[in-house]
Write a protein that binds this ligand. Sequence first.
Ligand SMILES: C[S@@+](CC[C@H](N)C(=O)[O-])C[C@H]1O[C@@H](n2cnc3c(N)ncnc32)[C@H](O)[C@@H]1O
Length: 287
Amino acid sequence: MSTVIQLIEAGAKLLTQGGVAFGHGTTNAFDEAAWLVLWRLKLPLHDLDAVAEREVSPADAQRVGALLQERIDTRLPAAYLTREAWLQGVPFFVDQRAIVPRSFIAELLADGTIDPWLGEHTRRVLDLCTGNGSLAVLAAMAYPDVQVDAADLSTAALEVAAINVTRHELDSRITLLQSDGLADVRGPYDLILCNPPYVNAQSMDALPAEYRAEPELALAGGTDGMDFIRGLLAAAPGCLSDNGVLVLEIGNEREHFEAAFPQLEVVWLATSAGEDQVLLLTRENLA
Ligand SMILES: C[S@@+](CC[C@H](N)C(=O)[O-])C[C@H]1O[C@@H](n2cnc3c(N)ncnc32)[C@H](O)[C@@H]1O
């Protein structure tokens, strides 16, 4: 009989040989294999050491093999196979109606980086482009006194967000809204979080299959990646309170961002992805 760790090591080899792409919750073959093996065996995902040497029956090993093969054959991100993604230790339901959540803004909500711009006045938060609702849920958890609006253009994504809001018992604190950008939200907000579609056209063309399995609306930001962000920055002052701030994720698009908004004074917020993927703008800066 194989052990759990043997299945994971063999699975990692298979995934590498299969040429799958990572980036939807893991960054390498071992972690991805561990996720799939542990999930399939219904073992806790975050304590491999405790179960590594456990023996696995041939029937279960076969089920694990089938899941790894499905990952390779379909090129679907693991989260779409398990229907679950984790962010800051919090589980979220996900399926192909919404992008797999992986926003670095989640780190900032957990580690208090944004807190110096918040205070007693912070009552109303907007998670714009909410996708599966994960940032809205994490914001509601981080700031127990705020009300959160969570907006998206996609009704399909909002259906997924509704599942997560209810799963985390936050229906009384999070309101889901369909809105094209800021057009139909109910400001003013003291904090706007936004992980928008920002991938430039050239990068879109080069995306691995795993990313093409996600809704294009969630990723594509036009020629320079800034299509959505241009409208957002123009409309944001009208939706922020006097002390309000916008926290915006732009991925690897700093060059395009600075070319599009050369005059804008921004505060870059450090995350595990580096110091130029998430920025903060005050209403004053924007106006
Ligand atoms: C990068 S995903 C972020 C999802 C989620 N916040 C997260 O971090 O996982 C961008 C989201 O923006 C939504 N979106 C795209 N265009 C939009 C628009 N014009 N107005 C509102 N939402 C939009 C997409 O449906 C998608 O859910």
